[in-house]
Design a protein around this ligand. Structure first.
Ligand SMILES: C[S@@+](CC[C@H](N)C(=O)[O-])C[C@H]1O[C@@H](n2cnc3c(N)ncnc32)[C@H](O)[C@@H]1O
Length: 210
């Protein structure tokens, strides 16, 4: 997005929460690939969507440093909870410290491991699933969760434009190919409706019909 346009959009959105601002900064100071953190614009978007859905149970695939988990947790019902999965166990203490600072630690359950191993063991039905793990595995994630999403529930998938490369036909890098396969699979899916929004790197909102 052009810098001027991004500035205008952020100027006309509710300012970033100071805890999230600090989390964003610390993520950039301490971790490799800090650009994986979702940031102010997308965080506000996720928070707003979650508040509109007002879910009881959210599943997140790909916690990283917890920015999106905090935003999504803000829309939970008062007794609701968010389960977030992350294979990198070096992030867990840092992430928990920010869940505490944001006042959402009692609503968030951190699970360390790969979604593929954890989700099949889960005996839960989700109102909302946020897919933001390894781009090569998006189809696997969708297939693992679709039967665990309630009818009328939502799946939100991030990065479906693959940095712009997913709209072409000749990409051969595994991440872009994973996203392209996911987009093609969703297009053929009969039991959902969906909208791809050009927020940041593309956000697909999927609603399960039956
Ligand atoms: C883009 S980052 C997540 C960013 C985070 N949701 C946010 O917005 O701040 C992707 C994360 O997915 C994690 N990941 C990779 N493979 C995974 C898997 N199989 N299951 C769950 N998470 C995975 C990575 O370790 C990484 O931390």
């Amino acid at each position: 997005m052009e810098r001027e346009l991004e500035k205008f959009i952020l100027d006309h959105s509710t300012p970033e929460n100071p805890v999230l601002e600090d989390l964003y900064r610390q993520t950039h100071l301490r971790f490799v690939n800090p650009n994986m953190v979702c940031g102010h614009l997308q965080g506000r978007f996720l928070e707003m969507i979650s508040k509109m859905i007002n879910p009881s149970i959210i599943l997140e695939i790909g916690t990283f440093t917890g920015y999106s988990a905090i935003c999504l947790a803000k829309g939970l019902k008062s007794e609701g909870r968010l389960v977030t999965i992350e294979p990198n166990d070096e992030l867990a203490d840092f992430t928990l410290s920010y869940f505490v600072k944001a006042g959402v630690d009692d609503k968030i359950e951190q699970m360390t491991g790969r979604a593929q191993e954890i989700i099949p063991e889960m005996n839960l039905i989700f109102d909302l699933v946020y897919i933001d793990g390894d781009k090569r595995e998006y189809c696997d994630y969708f297939n693992l969760v679709i039967d665990k999403v309630k009818t009328g529930g939502y799946i939100i998938a991030d990065n479906v434009l693959g940095g712009g490369k997913a709209i072409g036909k000749d990409s051969s890098d595994p991440q872009t190919m994973g996203i392209m396969e996911f987009n093609a699979m969703i297009k053929k899916q009969k039991n959902i409706e969906c909208i791809l929004l050009p927020v940041r790197d593309g956000v697909m909102i999927i609603r399960k019909l039956f």
